[in-house]
Design a protein around this ligand. Structure first.
Ligand SMILES: [Zn+2]
Length: 232
């Protein structure tokens, strides 16, 4: 089996990462599983791998930002979610791009079920998050995106599937490239302060809410991955 560049064995049959001591240390597994996002609040920057259950297995560890490391009312809830879903259920690793314009708008795409989402898609074996997102945007929209900045990790349970959704802010690399839809039925650039009026897929709602909370700025602020303590 080809190993992905991010160092965690990735089981294509079950489309999820799992811990294999022959492949990676436990610390590296947790770091790669969380992709340097906080597994509690979802914000970028998780310098601490905490052993919250004093166990030795992968489910007893969680990657935390400095803020959550010093306490979070959501920690026990998140630990329960991880214990229930890691290595035991269908957990898809997916990416989403928040493609913004300097005029304060962000791209939203409509699926065939009429709900809207931020474009992106599932990780393939051997990909890292950036490779995955650039490929998905190229496949779905026929355009290229520039530098990616980590924005928010959302774990969402749809029942039949569970998503670990990694979102990044980005801009179009070449504004002269024409967008062609492959997989969506519509798209538009929506003003960030109007995102609350958009009917999003459930997993995208938290991302939209965080974007909208920044609507007092001219465009989406890039997130400093070392600056989680100053973020709301
Ligand atoms: Zn956190």
């Amino acid at each position: 089996m080809q190993l992905p560049t991010w160092g965690v064995k990735f089981n294509m049959a079950r489309e999820r990462a799992y811990y294999d001591p022959a492949v990676s240390s436990l610390h590296n597994y947790i770091s790669a599983r969380s992709m340097d996002f906080c597994e509690c609040c979802g914000l970028p920057g998780a310098p601490t791998i905490a052993n919250i259950a004093e166990g030795k297995g992968p489910r007893s560890y969680i990657a935390l930002c400095s803020k959550c490391c010093s306490g979070s009312p959501y920690l026990s809830e998140k630990v329960d979610w991880l214990e229930s879903n890691l290595d035991t259920a269908r957990l898809l690793y997916v990416t989403a791009a928040l493609i913004s314009n300097p005029d304060g708008t962000v791209m939203v795409c409509q699926k065939s079920n009429s709900l809207w989402e931020f474009p992106g898609g599932k990780m393939n074996e051997g990909e890292d998050l950036g490779n995955c997102l650039r490929r998905e945007i190229r496949e779905e929209l026929a355009v290229s995106i520039g530098k990616l900045r980590p924005f928010l990790l959302v774990d969402h349970d749809y029942g039949h599937i569970k998503l670990r959704l990694f979102s990044f802010t980005a801009e179009l690399s070449d504004l002269s490239e024409k967008i062609h839809l492959h997989g969506h039925i519509n798209y538009r650039f929506e003003r960030v302060e109007n995102l609350s009026t958009v009917s999003f897929s459930q997993a995208d709602v938290a991302i939209a809410q965080r974007l909208a909370s920044q609507c007092d700025v001219d465009y989406i602020q890039p997130v400093d991955v070392r600056g989680t303590t100053r973020l709301v």
